[in-house]
Design a protein around this ligand. Structure first.
Ligand SMILES: O=C(O)CCC(=O)C(=O)O
Length: 216
């Protein structure tokens, strides 16, 4: 169990997160290819007033399959006012997001040792005003999931309290980002958020700095 979270890797939880149904769904989705999920699972118990800012997952996990998908699983019924995920529809493919994807979407926050969370912004409307798209979300019931690409801009609504877990899925025969499979190392290797590489965390190594450099 080294490196494995005692909750997200407990048998009853694994049965929900990576039971036969997601395996079958993703196998069909990938045209019959066998699939795998990362060993690392992002279990979130989010407190009142907590939320996740707008980001694409590619900034955290771009070193493997280009077909990688995220599956967001609420653990129980969670209504939008309790804290759910919201998607910016079209952000992964609309031409109006091309520069956003080329600059922000291609950033590897760990490689540059980004200081901060890797979120592009905390203001959802800043994105739609600047680039386009439309924010969408819904109430979730136990058994629902949300599946989206590495390039889909998403964030959460502000939380009352909720527990969810996000897992990653890809074809088995494709290369997997080595940071999230097998035994896990320190958190510093998983997110720019926890970056400990002092040599890289200079004051201009922030999202604000990159946004000025990119012209947005
Ligand atoms: O649940 C959250 O607050 C964030 C989840 C997320 O960003 C993801 O699943 O990629």
């Amino acid at each position: 169990m080294e490196g494995k979270n005692v909750i997200s890797h407990a048998d009853p939880v694994r049965k929900v997160l990576e039971g036969p149904r997601p395996f079958e769904f993703f196998k069909n989705y990938f045209g019959g290819r066998e699939v795998r999920t990362f060993d690392f699972k992002w279990l979130r118990a989010v407190h009142t007033e907590g939320f996740t800012g707008a980001h694409v997952d590619n900034v955290y996990m771009s070193r493997g399959s280009k077909e990688l998908l995220t599956m967001w699983t609420p653990l129980g019924d969670i209504t939008a006012d309790m804290g759910v995920l919201a998607m910016c529809e079209g952000s992964h493919r609309l031409p109006c997001f091309a520069k956003f994807q080329e600059k922000y979407g291609n950033l590897d926050v760990e490689a540059v040792g980004l200081k901060g969370t890797g979120w592009f912004t905390c203001d959802p409307y800043e994105v739609t005003d600047k680039f386009g798209g439309q924010w969408k979300t819904t109430n979730f019931q136990a058994g629902d999931v949300m599946i989206f690409t590495m390039r889909t801009l998403h964030m959460s609504t502000v939380n009352l309290a909720r527990i969810s877990c996000d897992t990653r899925w890809q074809p088995l025969d494709d290369v997997a980002d080595p940071r999230f499979i097998g035994d896990f190392q320190t958190p510093g290797t998983k997110f720019g958020l926890y970056s400990t590489d002092e040599s890289k965390t200079t004051s201009d190594n922030t999202m604000e700095h990159y946004r000025i450099k990119w012209g947005f």
